[in-house]
Write a protein that binds this ligand. Structure first.
Ligand SMILES: [Mg+2]
Length: 132
């Protein structure tokens, strides 16, 4: 079964150049940031390797916010967008790949959450499995 990706926006796909711990709606607010190119490129490679895979970009800031940031980072993307929260966590299968700066590994689910720094490695490891 093809693994789905669930990717967070703030402090995951985009990394803020500020000392503040959180940047709510930072993309919309124009807070300075750097794209997480390692993760962004890995997601693009995953799409090429698995054209039918479901790739979800989600955010606690809501679906529209996730889509706005993804449209900026990934021109011509074909992702799905969701609000990230307790209502959407049950959609994640245990085998899916979740990348997020927040530790929400507690709670009524058992999927693993990878950090923004290790996300590209995990995604590329999954691409390698296709060759075997
Ligand atoms: Mg975040």
């Amino acid at each position: 079964m093809i693994k789905r990706l669930f990717i967070d926006v703030d402090d995951t796909l985009i990394l803020y150049n500020s000392d503040s711990k959180i940047n709510p709606y930072g993309f919309w607010n124009g807070d300075p940031f750097e794209p997480n190119f390692g993760l962004i490129n890995a997601i693009g490679e995953y799409r090429e390797a698995f054209p039918d895979a479901m790739i979800v970009i989600w955010s606690g800031g809501g679906r529209d916010y996730a889509r706005a940031a993804a449209d900026h980072l990934f021109p011509d993307n074909d992702f799905a967008y969701m609000e990230k929260g307790w209502d959407s966590f049950p959609l994640v299968r245990d085998t899916d790949i979740v990348v997020d700066d927040a530790d929400f590994s507690l709670g009524n689910h058992s999927f693993k959450v990878y950090s923004p720094i290790e996300g590209d490695i995990v995604i590329r490891d999954e691409i390698k499995t296709k060759a075997h």
